[in-house]
Design a protein around this ligand. Sequence first.
Ligand code: PLP
Length: 429
Amino acid sequence: MMNSNLHPETLCIQAGYTPGNGDPRQIPIYQSTTFKYDTSEDMGRLFDLEADGYFYSRCGNPTCDAVARKIAALEGGTAAILTGSGQAATFFAVFNIASNGDHVVASSAIYGGSYNLFAVTMKRMGIECTFVSPDCTEEELNAAFRPNTKLVFGETIANPALSVLDIEMFAKAAHAHGVPLIVDNTFATPINCRPIEWGADIVTHSTTKYMDGHGVALGGVIVDSGKFDWTAYPEKYSGLCTPDESYHGVTYTERFGLAGAYITKCTAQLMRDFGSVQSPQSAFYLNLGLESLPLRMKQHCSNAQAIAEYLKGNEKVAWVKYCGLKGDKYYALAQKYLPNGSCGVISFGLKGGRSAAEVFMKHLKLGAIETHVADSRTCCLHPASTTHRQMSDAELDAAGVGADLIRLSCGLENAEDLIADLAQAIESV
Ligand SMILES: *Cc1c(COP(=O)(O)O)cnc(C)c1O
C-alpha cells in the first residue's frame, strides 16, 4: 500500500498501481473471466487462499483490485473491494457481519434505496433495523441498541436530506456497544471527508457519483479501516472469528488479521455466492474519474456555494439547504467534518410548494431532470413526484425529504450560466 502521508491529489493519480519496467503506464483492463495456470497445485493454493493471484473474475480481478487499492489509500483504510453498484456495497457491507436474527441501527436520513433496503428487504431476510434521526441526542442513539445489534449505519452527507452526520458521536455510541460504524461517504468523497479519521470503521461509496464523475459506469466500493477488533466479540462476529465451513474451514481473523479479515470474507464468501462484482471496464472508467476527483470536487463545491447564496437571496425561494451556507442547520457540523467544502448538491423549496416545484422543473434548460446526482452535468430532481413517490408525506418528512423539496446537483459548468438558467425557471412559476 502506498505511503499514507501522501496528499489526496497524489494518491488519486499514483496509488493502487505501480507499473514495472516496460509495463503499461495506465492501469490495464484485464478483460478476462479466467486466468491460466501451469499446474493444478498452483491453482489449488489460490483456492485455499494461501497464495495471491487470480483464477476467476467473480472472486477477484487485477484491474478492479488496483482501483480498490487506490480508494483504500484515499480513505486511509487497509483493504477494499469494488462492487457492481452502490446498493451492492451497502448491502454487502452489512450482510458481511449481520444475518437472520440480527439488528442494526441506521440514520433515517439516508439514500432512498438504502432506506428501502434496511426497512423492507433486509427485514424480509430477518435483519431488523431501528432508524434514528441524524439529529438525535446521544441518549436517544444509545437507546436504539439491542443485545443483537451488529452495526450502525449513516451517511456523511445524506442524499437527499443533506444533513451532516455527527460521525464522532455515532462512532462513540457504536463502540460503546461493541459494534462498528459504517459510513456511506458518497457525497463528501475522501477529498472532503475521511470518516475513518473520525472513528468510522467501514466506509462505503456509490462510485457511480462523484468518484466516476462523468455518469458512465455504475459501481460501489467497501473500504475497511482494519481498526475494529472483531476478535474482542468472537460470538457476535462468529462469521469472521470462527472457521468458515464453506471455505475449507478458514478463520478470517486468524489468517488475514484485522487488516484483511473483513474484506477477504466479503470477497471469498459473499462475492463467490452473490457475484455482485464490478466489471474491469467499469473499474477502468472509475479510475479515470478518480484521477481528477480533487479538481472536480473544488469546482462542484464552489458552484454549489454560489448557487446556494443566489437562491437564498431570491424572494420566490422559501428555503435553501446547503451546509456551506452560514445559518444552515448543519453549518457547524460541516465546519468540523467538511472544512474544505461539502458537495455539489443543494436542496431548496419554492413558495408554492409541490406544484411550484413541478412548474419550475419544466422550465429548466441547462439543468436536466435525472434521478442521478453528482456528475459533471447539472441535474435536478423533485423526489416527491419521482424517486420517493411510494412514500407517504409523513415518511417523506421523517426521511427529511418534504413534498416541496427540489434537489439540485451542481455540475462543472460556469456558475453564472447556471444561475441564469435557475433564474428564468424560477421566474416562470
Ligand atoms: C446513489 C447512492 C447509493 C446507491 O448507489 P448506486 O450506485 O445507484 O447503486 C447509495 N448511497 C448514496 C448516498 C447514493 O447517493
